[in-house]
Design a protein around this ligand. Structure first.
Ligand code: G1P
Length: 295
């Protein structure tokens, strides 16, 4: 069955980016000239997604507006003869069908995903976290969809190797590789934010999941977990008891743009990846290395 919908939770307060996030949703902070959420939605579209469901909270309207048409601006650009810019913003307004649901209380990622139940209905869907960007020639969500298709439309979690000392930041999986593969595992359990000593592996998810609709049944019954929140990880563990869950080590470079270091890293790297800004960024880096005597 074709996966048509992506659930993208964006209700978080973005406290690491205060004071900017006092007025601007974290997801709208730009990396060069595209807001972070643009890269994430682009990944969904390149993976074949037709509808994006944002799980939002108050103060997040700018995200929906960004993916909508802006006739006033279009008219202004038209009158000013800025046709290239006009086409660019029209393109964004037509990128994908967008729906949003308010998560009235921030009770955790599991609760956020459950908010999408009525819109998703009885279909498989993907969850993409809005503050993690993964770039590479093959969109990560597409890679996971392929693994799902090859395994009887199973649930799939995208994982990556992380520094074993940093497992406390992630959901970490345990499982065994399926025959003939060094990338795809049959997952048995997942632990939310384990201390390094308790981590079952160093394979962690940056927030890319393919789910069958049964995940909603699990989300409805889980108790509060780590941090007093309804954890998606707990629902995945429940799901794994009744349904197949795979973990797949995806290809691509991941940027944790939910924190300042990851954000700076993405800004420099994206500028270097882009042919329009590559030379500019190299020049800047070179100058800074000399000026600050960076070794
Ligand atoms: C969430 C998930 C965690 C996942 C992480 C990726 O945690 O609960 O399993 O590894 O996103 O960013 P959060 O970072 O929202 O605390």
């Amino acid at each position: 069955m074709k996966i048509r919908r992506a659930v993208i939770p964006v209700a978080g307060k973005g406290t690491r980016f205060l004071p900017a996030t006092k007025q601007v949703p974290k997801e709208m902070i730009p990396i060069i000239n595209l807001p972070m959420i643009h890269y994430v939605v682009e990944e969904a579209i390149l993976s074949g997604i037709e509808q994006v469901i944002f799980i939002t909270s108050s103060g997040k309207n700018a995200i929906e507006d960004y993916f909508d048409r802006n006739f006033e601006l279009e008219e202004f650009l038209m009158k000013s003869g800025k046709i290239k810019e006009l086409e660019m913003i029209q393109e964004i307004g037509k990128m994908v069908e967008v729906t949003s649901i308010r998560q009235k209380e921030q009770l955790g990622l599991g609760h956020a995903v459950l908010c999408a139940k009525d819109i998703v209905g009885n279909e498989p869907f993907v969850v993409i976290l809005g503050d993690e960007i993964v770039r590479g020639p093959n969109p990560v969500t597409k890679q996971l969809m392929k693994v799902s298709e090859q395994n009887n439309n199973a649930n799939v979690i995208g994982v990556m190797e992380v520094d074993p000392m940093e497992t406390y930041k992630y959901g970490v999986v345990k499982g065994s590789f399926i025959e003939g593969s060094t990338k795809t595992m049959r997952m048995t359990t997942m632990v939310e934010k384990p201390k390094p000593a308790d981590a079952p592996s160093n394979l962690a998810t940056p927030g890319r999941y393919i789910f069958r609709p049964e995940i909603f049944d699990a989300l409805k019954v889980i108790p509060k977990g780590v941090g007093g929140e309804y954890q998606l990880t707990d629902a995945i563990n429940l799901l794994a008891k009744e349904s197949e869950v795979y973990a797949h080590i995806f290809e691509g470079q991941r940027f944790d743009t939910g924190n300042i270091e990851g954000y700076l890293n993405a800004t420099v790297e994206f500028a270097l990846m882009n042919k329009d800004s590559e030379a500019m960024m190299k020049k800047i880096i070179k100058e800074k290395i000399e000026k600050y005597n960076i070794k």
